[in-house]
Ligand binder design. Sequence first.
Ligand SMILES: Nc1ncnc2c1ncn2[C@@H]1O[C@H](COP(=O)(O)OS(=O)(=O)O)[C@@H](OP(=O)(O)O)[C@H]1O
Ligand SMILES: Nc1ncnc2c1ncn2[C@@H]1O[C@H](COP(=O)(O)OP(=O)(O)O)[C@@H](O)[C@H]1O
Length: 411
Amino acid sequence: MAEVLPVWVPDAFELADLELLLSGAFAPLTGFMGAADVESVTARGRLADGTPWPVPVTLTVPAEVVAGADALVLQDPEGVPLARLTITERTPHGDHLTLAGPVEALSTPEHGPFRRLRRTPAEVRESLEAEPLVVTARGPIDSPEEITALAEELGAPIVLMPLIFGEGGPAVVRASLAALDKLPAGTRVVAVPLAPRDDLTLDLELREHVAAAYGAAEHYAAPEPAVIPGPPHRRGLTVFFTGLSGSGKSTIARGLHDALLERGTRTVTLLDGDVVRRMLSSGLTFSRADRDLNIRRIGFVAAEVTRHKGLAICAPIAPYAAVREEVREMVEQFGDFVLVHVSTPLEECERRDRKGLYARARAGEIPEFTGISDPYEEPDDADLVIDTTNISVETAVNRVLDHLVTRGWVR
Ligand SMILES: Nc1ncnc2c1ncn2[C@@H]1O[C@H](COP(=O)(O)OS(=O)(=O)O)[C@@H](OP(=O)(O)O)[C@H]1O
Ligand SMILES: Nc1ncnc2c1ncn2[C@@H]1O[C@H](COP(=O)(O)OP(=O)(O)O)[C@@H](O)[C@H]1O
């Protein structure tokens, strides 16, 4: 019988690293690193065997995914199996494991913008008559004369290598294609999915290694692009309300929604707790797992709205800090995130008991009711905290609106 292996979808950063491990661009690495290599690379910039290598290349998965398995299939987000990882080492990190071991390709990725410009190092080396000048870039190629002069001096063909990752990737490729006009005939463009490392020196060193794998006679690193975020009123934004049932989330969220529509300066999507429960999340319960899934779904939609430069307003209870943090991270990939804690105390929410749910929860008719028989983790990272006990709805809405106007998100 065919072996049934567990499957896992690595995050975007790990998937980019995986592609380079499989293509040979990360040679001599052939798989994800184990603890000894990670420690050695971090301390000395060398693998445990002494080979120079600048940064860790690791894969982390929830421990339960690989319980009892000695191999794992790595898939892309659409479910295409990309590689088989033979697990040679597992290092615990809380309830996750960092897995080490060699990877072996199961299929060739076919999708993604400018996929036709991807080449393995072997393909590029074979196709060139001489070792090239490899120009890696994360932004525009702003010194074509200098690159041309260097290539002439070396007598080398030029390989322009846009390093693509995330939303900005296609723009980097377009910038390289646009530069072809100003570079010698025969210059080619090879797109490489190299995820950027935070430490610029190490990032540069990694670029050197990748260029070397592509057979570079010399590596020219195009300067880092200046990152100028757009003005706040043009950036996407998610305003995320959290608080107990009856605290006032929906009321304030609707008031904010209306106020923004009246101003007419932004497009707004309201993802109210109850509405989401009927539409996106119908069928889910109030167990921790289902609440987390509900919040992740809301976060996914809010992140998409934010990516398209819209303004998303979310108003679920969202009682758990960890998944609120996940949503913040999902949204901040594309824009800004404001957390509003509607901190109206339980006594006041229970006194209001608009839907009679607290009475039923006290009577034991609703199990796992937030604040009564289920936890609410107070945020310690809220941008605004609003207790609605003694203020009007209008005042509460204006506090949020004033915050958005003061910070420039709304005009
Ligand atoms: N067990 C339990 N605990 C809390 N709330 C309950 C429960 N059962 C039903 N309800 C009703 O569902 C609304 C909360 O749904 P949310 O999607 O916002 O909750 S969560 O964020 O997924 O925890 C909440 O609505 P709001 O009052 O608007 O907050 C309740 O009306
Ligand atoms: N300042 C205020 N802001 C929001 N709601 C308020 C305020 N003062 C009183 N309320 C009342 O509190 C209740 C809050 O209910 P709701 O907005 O549905 O809460 P949640 O969405 O958090 O469950 C409403 O009946 C609302 O009229």
